[in-house]
Design a protein around this ligand. Sequence first.
Ligand code: ADP
Ligand code: MG
Length: 275
Amino acid sequence: ATMPPLLSAIANAGRHGVLVKSAVAMERLAEVRRVALDKTGTLTEGRPRITEVRGAPGHDADEVLALAAGAEHLSEHPLAHAIVAAARERGLDVPRADEFQAVAGHGVSATVGGRRVEVTRPASDGGSAAGTVVVVTVDGVAAAELEISDRLRPDAAAAVRALREVTGTEPVLLTGDGERAAARVADEVGITDVRARLLPQDKVEAVRSSGEPTMVVGDGVNDAPALAAAHSGVAMGRAGADLTLETADVVVVRDELSAVPAVIDLSRRARRLVK
Ligand code: ADP
Ligand code: MG
């Protein structure tokens, strides 16, 4: 027996480790003209590590790191996991936090041992760091900078090339990170259209204003609004961010970015058979 082309394309995608949630989702994949990629967890592996802790003059780096870890240990963000892991690796106790608050695309704040602790993105790019930097503020005073590095996915550059080929348009990088970290990753994967320092809502705006059916590929909870606004929302599955998986039309279960151009190609072949 022969399956209708869209269903057999879904089954085929499944064999390649890509879950396409419906026949409509498969059709929309075939209509995609532009692809917007998130940085963290999409172009990079999404397993950031703290590479340096720079205490401000008069602040003990370990002490500030422990406070930061206390504030972060209730957050789901990959950066939060990295900060908690760094504190534990240094043998520091991670103190309990109260009054925890997370601001999507910005950072966290909490009361830790009676002190007001904030871990956030820096106000401007400044500094000399090439990668991502977050600032730890204790009782309103900048107490340390944490430098973070996250490896590129091994297939990121190849996947970007394949996306350009299959869509015939330039892929776009959308990130909440600073200009410099964004530019470095863009450079390494060959993306020329870069939008940095975007809040989750700015990513939605970028998708809506593109004027073409746009695919968003993302991972974290912060990308859920952009995935929902996209013509086709694709979640890189390993992230395990439930909200993102729910919002997405497509989930890449096999953790490879190259699966994305492959499934667009598959959807277009299926469409040709339908029409
Ligand atoms: P991306 O677009 O790269 O996935 P996000 O939107 O998740 O990035 O976050 C943007 C920026 O906000 C991060 O680069 C970081 O500076 C800051 N940030 C977000 N969440 C946290 C957190 N839990 N702790 C510290 N900084 C954070
Ligand atoms: Mg993200």
